[in-house]
Design a binder for this molecule. Structure first.
Ligand code: XMP
Length: 511
């Protein structure tokens, strides 16, 4: 696998991660590294892609990496800024463009029968996003394609395996973008498409075996996708030496603790369930402020986890479900290359489990890849397709102070809503859904009796990463049925409302 790696040098483009996703969709492994930190093991990379950038090559602060180990020595694809960079510093000319070069454009080929454009027809739609333009090609540049507004839309360098494109093949609107990446990586650079979920599992399990040996590892399971997939990978590698801890903070969904624990046991994981509901609820007693709730839950979790971890004698490692977007070092758009900020822990003051060495089996893969890896290991589809659920759980969906009665009410409401979404086939159309218990009572009437009971809100959003979100237009009929079921079945609730706020300006959670 090592000989079939692609290096993506990041110049700070918002699309860099998308390039990586497209390459990986081709079953080719790649890594993103900042332009100013070209990895020492450059020999492991068989091809290099230069990303776009918010900078102009003409500006003083523009990224200016030393490509001497790459240029002319490895197949190189330069995208947008990358293409301008090669032109600007190798005898070409880059200048501000006269027309706005943003959005859709269509390629017309200057040279036919180019391997670079195999299976792509002239007229193919591409996506442009740049304000400078390449006026003159660099030394030995050979024009390959133009668009209506951009003469030098694609070129290659004679005598090298270097290609450059002004457009973004990684975005959805470049309709043949994946084909173009394939042409470059497979046909031109000679990479093999062998990086599959199965090959990832095999190499990761072997790597974990080698790294961990006979040591014991501790892993906190949350019921979420990442920790579960990390757990199954580690279990394959070291079996019973993996000690999993699954904590019930009393703020999980209805029956979640029991069901998920059973599922984990069914997978053969060596898991210890710790029901600390009482401890969490008593620590939260009387707390209404959202941030104080979060801090309290975080603190108690560490105490509970530390107590349990300490019971595993001679543990050497702490496993975590960290995924690639959490570790990609970002290039700062303002103020030059970002400094890596390291926090300095007072090691003596850390909980015992934090003194362990850290192992992160998923640190090089994206969320959708985690799901595919999980599926390839036979993990239950329903578990892999679960909506995200916040660490502090229902605590941040109970506005105001938390009592066990409020938790019970919200669990009942939430279960009716989520089960309803599943039964109606709507669950997978929604990115995240849940119910919120409001700190107000409203007047209602049941039979001949006046009631004065709680109001709940339902929230269902669509999103890709939780950074922005929109409310889902759930069918009225579904909302009607759900509302009736909640009011008729959950004692203490007499009114249901639906949240129709987008993020921004609202957030997904109410607290
Ligand atoms: P917001 O409310 O900020 O939520 O729009 C965005 C995403 O983050 C989740 N979220 C949390 N997850 N601890 C977590 O682990 C938290 O304190 C927390 N707060 C929000 C939220 O569920 C949504 O998916």
């Amino acid at each position: 696998m090592q000989q079939h790696n692609v290096l993506i040098l990041d110049f700070g483009s918002q699309y860099t991660q998308l390039i990586a996703r497209r390459v990986r969709e081709l079953n080719i492994y790649c890594e993103i590294h900042p332009f100013n930190k070209i990895p020492n093991n450059i020999d492991n990379f068989k091809a290099v892609i230069l990303s776009g950038s918010p900078y102009s090559v003409r500006s003083e602060e523009a990224p200016h990496p030393d490509l001497s180990e790459i240029r002319g020595k490895k197949p190189l694809l330069a995208v947008c800024y990358g293409a301008q960079y090669l032109a600007h510093f190798s005898g070409g000319l880059v200048a501000p463009s006269n027309t706005r070069e943003y959005g859709r454009a269509n390629l017309s080929f200057v040279k036919d029968n180019e391997a670079f454009f195999k299976n792509i027809s002239t007229g193919s739609q591409v996506w442009m996003s740049h304000s400078d333009t390449i006026k003159n090609l660099p030394e030995n540049g050979v024009l390959l394609a133009s668009t209506h507004d951009v003469e030098n839309a694609a070129y290659k360098i004679e005598g090298e395996t270097t290609y450059a494109i002004q457009f973004h093949p990684e975005v959805y609107h470049s309709t043949d973008g994946t084909q173009l990446l394939k042409n470059f990586l497979v046909d031109i650079a000679g990479l093999e498409q062998q990086w599959t979920p199965n090959s990832f599992v095999e190499s990761t399990v072997n790597g974990l075996k080698e790294k961990i040996g006979d040591d014991k590892v501790i892993l906190g399971l949350s019921g979420g996708v990442d920790s579960t997939v990390a757990g199954v990978l580690l279990h394959k590698a070291i079996g019973q030496n993996l000690h999993c801890i699954f904590v019930n903070n009393g703020l999980l969904r209805k029956n979640e603790y029991e069901n998920v624990l059973k599922q984990y046991e069914g997978m053969g994981l060596n898991v210890k369930g710790v029901d600390a509901s009482e401890r969490f609820l008593s620590a939260l007693d009387g707390i209404s402020d959202p941030e104080t709730k979060r801090k309290t839950i975080g603190r108690v979790f560490i105490e509970v986890f530390d107590d349990e971890a300490a019971k595993v004698e001679n543990a050497k490692w702490l496993a975590q479900g960290t995924i690639y977007p959490d570790v990609i070092e970002s290039v700062s758009v303002n103020g030059g290359p970002s400094a890596t900020i390291k926090s300095h822990h007072n090691v003596g003051g850390l909980p015992d489990f934090m003194k362990l060495q850290v192992v992160e089996p998923l640190r090089m893969i994206f969320k959708d890849e985690v799901r595919r890896v999980g599926a390839s290991m036979g993990i239950d589809k329903e578990l892999l397709g679960r909506h995200p659920f916040p660490g502090p759980g229902l605590a941040i969906r109970i506005l105001g102070d938390i009592t066990s009665e409020k938790v019970r009410i919200l669990q009942e409401v939430d279960a009716i809503f989520i089960d309803g979404l599943k039964e109606s086939g709507l669950y997978n159309d929604v990115w995240q859904a849940g119910a919120i218990l409001l700190p107000v009572n409203s007047v209602g009437v049941m039979g001949d009796e006046r009631t004065y009971e709680k109001v709940v809100a339902l929230r269902a959003v669509e999103s890709t990463d939780g950074m922005t979100a929109d409310w889902v237009n759930l069918p009225y009929e579904f909302l009607q049925k759900t509302s009736n079921k909640i009011i008729n079945n959950v004692k203490g609730v007499n009114r249901v409302v639906y949240d129709i706020s987008s993020k921004p300006p609202a957030t997904i959670e109410w607290e």
